[in-house]
Design a protein around this ligand. Structure first.
Ligand code: ADP
Length: 190
């Protein structure tokens, strides 16, 4: 299996690049942000609970997102591999993911980290907010998301680096250029 963690700060382009990757590599795309937004949209108990936290730019508790991912992995027994997008976002989530995959006799293949300078990210997200309808795409909430990212999520890169699985890619350029850089990392494995 090819199990990829696509990593990067809010606005780095993980969702867009995931779409490219699933087209070529036949992987199942698991985005915790998308799953949570679908729960909010459907008005479920989980959605009502998560909405408040998301609108504040904070992270939903680990046990909640770990259970969501566990369910999605179980729901896709035939998958040739997964792209994890927006997950793991904390070290405990990364540890839990290792355990879930090892129970399936598989593992994370690599992490691709999209590097983009903060000024560029803020302007991308504020611009996205004009059309995305996402309550968290405004400057105040974006700043809080960055704070969460820096404090809780950046250590996840160190976690994979310690396993020699971290590859950093320049996330500035045209979509095709960035995708080319990601493909050159994946070409080591497929
Ligand atoms: P971004 O565009 O900031 O990368 P996402 O769409 O991935 O955002 O997620 C939006 C929000 O959903 C996050 O700010 C957070 O509240 C919640 N969320 C998504 N994934 C996770 C996760 N793995 N752990 C905790 N909270 C999460």
């Amino acid at each position: 299996m090819l199990n990829l963690v696509l990593f990067g700060p809010p606005g780095a382009g993980k969702g867009t690049q995931s779409e490219y990757i699933i087209g070529d590599y036949k992987l199942v795309h698991l985005s915790t942000g998308n799953i949570l937004r679908a729960e909010v949209e459907a008005g479920t108990e989980l959605g009502k609970y998560a909405k408040q936290i998301m609108d504040e730019g904070k992270l939903v508790p680990d046990e909640v997102v770990i259970q969501m991912i566990s369910n999605k992995i179980d729901a896709n027994p035939q998958a040739q591999g997964f792209i994890f997008d927006g997950f793991p976002r904390t070290t405990p989530q990364a540890q839990a993911l290792d355990e879930l995959l090892s129970n399936k006799s598989t593992a994370i293949t690599c992490m691709v980290s999209l590097d983009v300078p903060e000024d560029e990210l803020v302007s991308r997200l504020v611009k996205r907010g004009e059309t995305s309808g996402r309550a968290d795409d405004n400057e105040g909430t974006v700043r809080k998301r960055f704070k969460e990212y820096t404090e809780k999520t950046l250590p996840v890169a160190t976690y994979y680096q310690a396993q020699n699985k971290l590859f950093s890619v320049d996330g500035v350029g045209s979509l095709d250029e960035i995708y080319g850089r990601i493909k050159s990392v994946l070409s080591r494995y497929v």
